[in-house]
Design a protein around this ligand. Structure first.
Ligand code: GCO
Length: 448
């Protein structure tokens, strides 16, 4: 059976990780602009101030996508490029950049897929309390309106929020992402409910107002577990671990973020743990939160076992296959997670990110021989295809990432791209994996 004939092959990026031009053409500052370079939180205190300078290399980068034969491109919009203060005055130059990008994609036969929010929160709104502020979902709606009104005549695919787990968990619980804060569960539950409501208001607005019939999703990540063997008990145990709330670890869970949206309720385990600390939504709020989505978008890199990284386990024992960033190779996760999500949430699955960091460089022959990435993608895509063979509806696969970029707290030390970026010169070189991916796309994955 394999992948369907309309299966969407693409690549993904995010605004702060590639754009640079952090203060050009009227762009306002976001939390990463302000906090990344100070405080020693980021490897070598590096920032995305220049990154891949995509803001000035946009056409060249779209040409690379075309060369790779990709059919779609998932990118995120920098909120403060559009609304420098988060709300209020619109920056037309910022809007034009994305409008031009959309036109450039379409004229090269590449479907644009917009992520509204990939972690670059406006500093002006952060100073008003950010996600803790009751108004925050209205701010998000205001921003969504500007983008949707300007681009939905040409864009069909919309993703509201990328990895709410990392937004809340990394940014406000463990403090490893900007703004590097550590809050108690009460506050985290308030922020989380405002994020969920922001998603809902955005999805509702897109559904009712987009000019082209929209396909709307969301891109959570989460602790996908894989069964230790193929017995029914092991499969059930993996399913339960995958959807467990895990007490105070709730910001990193799947069900906390997905059950309200796809099932219309908070997970029971969350309510049992936190009782009245969980903010209540009104009926009107539940109605927008439950806005039906078209797919279950998700970023998947590796399976977890609910144990800490580095601890002994089947997945993390010393010497196990690992990528440069220290994540284990667990290709079966691309079989099991889509299957579990499909069963629980009943939506077609769209892998909105998957890929690996490796230690690439340009060889003496001028090429980048990243055989490890080819092997990684081959292993993962075979498993994803197995899910299709087993009847899981799959819409597409967005490889992370089009090009090497700023990897958050790791600065520039991790290269995830199909295209190598020499940062000092901004020269791009398609890696061997890029040419390999091109063949996979041409054959719709038949030869995997
Ligand atoms: C993520 C991200 C990307 C990362 C990628 C590799 O959502 O974590 O969406 O921004 O760069 O996942 O870590």
């Amino acid at each position: 059976m394999g992948f369907g004939k309309d299966f969407i092959w693409g690549t993904a990026t995010a605004s702060y990780q590639i754009e640079g031009a952090y203060n050009e053409d009227g762009k306002g500052l976001n939390c990463w602009d302000v906090y990344a370079g100070i405080g020693g939180n980021i490897k070598f205190n590096e920032t995305g101030a220049v990154a891949c300078d995509h803001y000035h290399h946009m056409k060249e980068d779209v040409a690379l996508m075309k060369e790779l034969g990709t059919k779609a491109y998932r990118f995120s919009i920098s909120w403060t490029r559009i609304l420098p203060d988060g709300t209020g005055k619109v920056n037309e130059k910022g809007l034009k950049f994305y409008s031009d990008l959309v036109d450039e994609l379409i004229s090269n036969g590449i479907e644009p897929m917009i992520t509204l929010y990939h972690w670059d929160y406006p500093i002006a709104l952060h100073d008003k309390g950010g996600w803790l502020n009751k108004e925050s979902s209205e701010w998000f709606l205001e921003y969504t309106k500007v983008v949707v009104d300007a681009l939905s005549d040409r864009v069909s695919y919309w993703i509201t929020i990328n990895e709410p787990q990392c937004e809340l968990g990394c940014g406000y619980q463990v403090g490893v992402h900007a703004p590097f804060e550590k809050h108690i569960p009460r506050d985290l539950l308030i922020m989380g409910s405002n994020i969920i409501l922001s998603h809902g208001k955005a999805a509702d607005y897109i559904r009712k107002n987009a000019k082209k019939t929209p396909k709307i999703g969301y891109a959570p990540i989460g602790p996908c577990a894989i069964p230790s063997d193929d017995t029914a008990e092991a499969i059930e145990e993996a399913r339960q671990k995958t959807f467990a709330v895990n007490g105070e670890g709730f910001p990193f869970s799947i069900s906390y973020w997905s059950d309200p949206i796809f099932l219309g309720e908070y997970p029971k385990e969350l309510l049992d743990t936190f009782g009245d600390l969980v903010p209540k939504f009104t009926d009107e709020e539940w109605a927008v939160i439950k806005t039906p989505l078209d797919f279950y978008g998700t970023n998947i890199y590796y399976a977890q076992e609910g144990r800490k990284e580095g601890e002994y386990s089947d997945i993390y024992f010393q010497g196990k296959m690992m990528t440069n960033i220290g994540w284990p190779l667990t290709p079966e996760v691309l079989y099991w997670a889509p299957k579990f999500y499909y069963e629980r949430y009943g939506k077609p699955v769209f892998i909105t990110e998957n890929g690996m960091a490796s230690h690439d460089w340009v060889s003496l022959d001028g090429k980048v021989h990243d055989t490890y990435r080819i092997d990684y993608l081959n292993r993962y895509l075979r498993e994803y295809k197995r899910a299709a063979d087993d009847g899981v509806e799959l819409l597409g696969y967005m490889q992370w990432s089009l090009m090497d970029n700023y990897e958050w707290s790791h600065g520039y030390t991790q290269r995830f791209g199909l295209v190598y970026v020499d940062y000092p010169t901004q020269k791009r070189t398609i890696k061997d994996s890029g040419y390999w991916y091109k063949k996979v796309i041409e054959t719709n994955g038949e030869e995997l």
